[in-house]
Ligand binder design. Structure first.
Ligand code: GCV
Length: 714
């Protein structure tokens, strides 16, 4: 009896201790780097091959970070103490043992790695090597990615190198720690406590990014304040840079064009004024003294009220090249954004960036890269690829996507974005004939550019789970993986992520990846089906507002985008309308310009279509639209069912949060559907097809909904 009691007591204490172990909490903080125990077979195999970690370059901070990561991960995964089992050797050719192996490291390029099982003196050895320490670090993370999935091949022989050079996160983080379009708490940068106090979170942020190959972070919002360029703030950025450096991550800053004037150190911000150029040169020198590997500046100029060179009747080229000259002696770059639309130009907003930037091709300095959003409007749930891709052959262009879901339901809607980004990367610009994909534009292979890049607007904040929801972590993950290799499939990336984030069990992974793969299309269906766009409520952009038509500028209004009237709906961008199709290469323009070939994803983006026009399905356009809204809601209901069946396979904490967010998503999908159908029904005068559920409320009720406290709006 006593023995039994003691055993129970011991079990209770063990349980308490287990719960008290913060490392085991499943609150999402661990992201995809959880390093949980593997099943017996893979665990034993891993221990046999990588029980003890060796390096000859421990003094290098990046190699030290790689070794620390392996040592942190392996005992948990193998269930054996460090130092037992086979040997894993990590490093670069600076290590004599690695140099002696003849690993053909040319395959790894500057940033890549080789992972191989080799036999030395009759002993089996696992080697992870890069030409530079950062390559070895990426190799370590790649190895852990494979191991966590329980998927180590019997003989490892992997060689990888990233396709684009700049793989960056753009933080839209303000100096007061609010985040523009941020839905996961405050900014992770605790500016107020910097530069004296760091935060362990910065290291975990760096680890997560390095695990994907992300190698740069723009710390502050593109809607920048001049203060971020003052000595105090440079010191804060320098402290962050110090923490991120061992992980191969460079720091960049968004620069406010008018900073010299606002800081009262110049009378003008005219880029051709020598005093202004001298100010920026001195500023760059000052930054590089504090941050020797500073990456450079990101600039939003003459866009949405931000100042820029056009305020002085100069061009984007004048502005970008002046700044480029300031950072050039230090090896820095300027990322100049092409997200511009004029407040006076009445032309189709979708055409304006192309019209402004195409004539500037070949005039930018060689350390300038132009940053172009995936589509010509603004991160909508679906847009055709931006016509600038393929249209500026002499200028390096980088792709900008939005990881934070400003237009796809914030952090509470489950929408896996890799399919959206892959759609754009795989889009054929036909710039140099068939096969001239956006991916080949941005990786430089189409035109032979060496400066290449991809940026994602971060969805990272101070929330314990980093991204506001567990499934939004998948979008951070997918961004990094696609920036490393734009040809990876969204399906494969979802599988990798789910195995590491939850469990490698196929009974979980197969249905969860299927759910993720359909999730973005569901959002398109219940928000903006068939090529509609920009139908959201004003300001915060949450919820439907297709009726809004009274805002000061035409292109702020949803009515400008959908153009619905009693006859039909959609924006005519063919020759009879704005002729935006003409900005694409001829084969693409031809496909988009014809209602029969454009496809229903972009039908209403490029065409004004009669409500009663028959669609390939045999339904009228109105009936088709209604069915899309219904399909969107039905998909979310299906996601709820899938999750209910999968939740028991994972921990309760994350399962419950995901389930509760799916409830929010379903309610809001219905809200979008009902409000949109109430509005378009009233404009078209068409009745809902028989059997279709009518909206729960009348149009006025939806129009009266206000959300003054929605997050992320500044
Ligand atoms: C940072 C959209 C967003 C703005 C954002 C802008 C941009 O318009 O709503 O919040 O500003 O894009 O990309 O500059």
């Amino acid at each position: 009896m006593r023995l039994k009691l003691m055993a129970r007591w011991a079990a209770a204490v063990a349980m308490l201790l287990a719960f008290a172990q913060p490392a085991l909490a499943e609150d999402g903080y661990g992201l995809w780097l959880r390093y949980r125990p593997l099943a017996a077979g893979p665990a034993a195999d891993l221990a046999t091959r990588a029980g003890s970690i060796e390096t000859e370059e421990a003094a290098d901070p990046t190699i030290a970070a790689a070794v620390a990561e392996l040592r942190r991960a392996l005992p948990g995964m193998t269930g054996r103490p460090a130092g037992q089992g086979g040997t894993l050797l990590i490093g670069t050719p600076a290590s004599p043992r690695i140099a002696a192996l003849g690993l053909l490291l040319a395959r790894a390029g500057d940033d890549g790695f080789v992972i191989r099982d080799v036999t030395v003196g009759g002993r089996r050895l696992l080697v992870i090597a890069g030409n530079r320490p950062v390559g070895a670090l990426y190799g370590a993370f790649h190895f852990l990615r494979l191991a966590q999935q329980g998927a180590l091949p019997a003989r490892l022989d992997v060689a990888e190198r990233p396709r684009v050079k700049l793989r960056l996160l753009n933080h839209w983080d303000n100096l007061d720690r609010t985040v523009e379009r941020g839905y996961s708490g405050q900014s992770i940068w605790a500016w107020w406590k910097l530069p004296i106090a760091s935060d362990p979170r910065y290291v975990d942020y760096a680890r997560a990014n390095a695990s994907l190959g992300i190698n740069g972070a723009v710390l502050n919002n593109v809607n920048a304040k001049p203060d971020s360029l003052t000595p105090d703030w440079i010191a804060k950025a320098a402290k962050v840079a110090d923490v991120l450096r061992p992980y191969g991550i460079r720091v960049y800053l968004s620069a406010r064009w008018s900073a010299p004037v606002e800081l009262k150190q110049a009378k003008t911000a005219d880029p051709l004024d020598p005093a202004v150029a001298a100010w920026w040169r001195a500023k760059a020198d000052e930054i590089y003294r504090a941050i020797p590997d500073f990456g450079g500046f990101l600039v939003k100029a003459n866009s949405e009220g931000q100042p820029g060179p056009q305020d002085y009747k100069r061009t984007h080229v004048d502005g970008a090249n002046m700044l480029a000259a300031a950072v050039k002696p230090h090896g820095g770059i300027v990322m100049w954004r092409a997200f511009v639309y004029s407040d006076v130009d009445p032309d189709d907003r979708a055409k304006q960036a192309y019209d402004e930037f195409k004539p500037l091709d070949s005039r930018f300095a060689d350390n300038v890269i132009v940053q172009v959003k995936n589509g010509p409007i603004d991160f909508q749930p679906r847009e055709p690829f931006h016509p600038l891709f393929g249209a500026m052959p002499k200028t390096p262009l980088m792709l900008e996507v939005q990881i934070t879901k400003e237009y796809l339901g914030f952090a509470t809607h489950l929408a896996y974005l890799a399919p959206m980004w892959s759609e754009v990367l795989a889009a054929d610009t036909y710039a140099k004939g068939r096969g001239s994909t956006v991916a080949k534009v941005i990786d430089g292979s189409l035109e032979g550019h060496r400066l290449t890049g991809m940026a994602g607007v971060a969805n990272i904040g101070s929330d314990r789970n980093w991204s506001g929801s567990i499934f939004d972590q998948a979008n951070w993950y997918a961004f990094g993986r696609l920036a490393w290799n734009p040809d990876l499939t969204p399906q494969a990336i979802a599988g990798e992520w789910a195995r590491q984030t939850f469990t490698p069990d196929p009974a979980f992974v197969t249905p969860v990846t299927a759910m993720m793969m359909g999730s973005r299309q569901a959002v398109v269906d219940y928000m903006t089906p068939m090529g509609l766009a920009h139908l959201m409520a004003t300001g915060h952009h949450y919820g439907p507002g297709p009726w809004v038509g009274d805002l000061a500028r035409p292109e702020w209004n949803p009515t400008y985008y959908h153009r619905a009237d009693k006859d039909g709906i959609g924006f005519d961008r063919t020759r009879t309308g704005s002729n935006a199709v003409a900005q694409y290469a001829a084969p693409v323009a031809k496909r988009f310009a014809d209602k029969r070939t454009v496809g229903d994803d972009f039908l209403l983006w490029f065409h004004h279509v009669g409500w009663d026009e028959r669609q390939p399905s045999g339904r009228t356009l109105w009936e088709e639209l209604v069915s899309r809204y219904d399909r969107g809601v039905a998909t979310v209901e299906g996601m709820q069912r899938t999750w209910a069946s999968l939740a028991p396979m994972i921990d309760g904490e994350r399962a419950a949060q995901i389930a509760s967010f799916l409830v929010i998503q379903k309610e809001e999908a219905i809200w979008w559907r009902d409000a949109s159908l109430a509005y378009f029904g009233s404009v078209s005068g068409r009745k809902l097809p028989t059997g279709v559920r009518p909206p729960a409320h009348d149009l006025q009720t939806y129009e009266a909904i206000r959300h003054p406290y929605a997050p992320g709006h500044h």
